[in-house]
Design a protein around this ligand. Structure first.
Ligand code: DX5
Ligand code: ZN
Length: 218
């Protein structure tokens, strides 16, 4: 699977989201949108109305990462609205199989995310329901946190389980992914890289995306 870069808008200027998207439109594969509800994580960002506006404002497919308490209730609407990918959290979903199927049947890729403390082997049985597994490499909630090196064995383990399962499941990493950490993630088996600060904290976000891709492909 080719390397994919999904810049996260979390720490960009929320008053200028169309410009924020435009900065990486020619070089990124996705735009990563962090939906937070102040309950699942101690931070509040944006929801469906802003995602709908963003869909009109950019040609990039949206990679919606739902850090919300009740994804079973709210996730399908993001897929129906036209998000390219919708990721729900293992720790929050009470009916993951149903919700992942609803996401897929609405035409989006179904993503499944694991917090740092959540074991990947517990979810091996769900691999047939998902298009992307997200291994969080920070505790979710905020951008700009340091990468958790202790997650590298879990990325490797996730890659092995995916290999054993067969089929094409993307392996995404999110949190602290930067010029100094992306090579380790790629080496461990990740192929979709979310980067917030490393892209939007840079003077030249497009160049930052190109550089991250080159490093991950190395
Ligand atoms: C954290 C979010 C991430 C965040 C990543 O909870 O899920 O997507 O924006 O930001 P960086 O790359 O700055 O760690
Ligand atoms: Zn995210």
């Amino acid at each position: 699977m080719a390397v994919q870069i999904s810049p996260s808008i979390l720490t960009a200027d929320f008053a200028r989201l169309a410009d924020v998207a435009a900065k990486v439109a020619d070089v990124a594969d996705w735009l990563h949108v962090d939906v937070m509800d102040n309950h699942f994580v101690p931070n509040l960002t944006i929801g469906l109305p802003v995602v709908e506006s963003l869909l009109k404002a950019t040609g990039l497919p949206l990679d919606c990462h739902l850090m919300i308490e009740d994804p079973d209730r709210f996730a399908p609407a993001y897929a129906e609205a036209g998000a390219g990918s919708v990721t729900i959290h293992a720790e929050a979903a009470k009916a993951p199989v149903r919700t992942l199927r609803q996401i897929r049947s609405a035409g989006a890729r179904a993503g499944f995310a694991l917090n740092p403390g959540t074991a990947v082997q517990d979810y091996e049985g769900l691999l047939g329901e998902i298009d992307m597994l997200l291994v969080m490499t920070v505790e979710p909630g905020f951008g700009g946190q340091p990468f958790l090196d202790i997650m590298l064995p879990k990325i490797r383990q996730a890659r092995e389980l995916i290999g054993k399962h067969g089929g094409e499941i993307w392996l995404q990493v999110d949190g602290g992914v930067s010029a100094t950490t992306i090579e380790r993630c790629a080496e461990a088996g990740a192929d979709v890289f979310v980067a917030g600060n490393a892209v939007y904290g840079s003077q030249d976000p497009a160049q930052a995306v190109r550089a991250l891709r080159a490093q991950a492909e190395n």
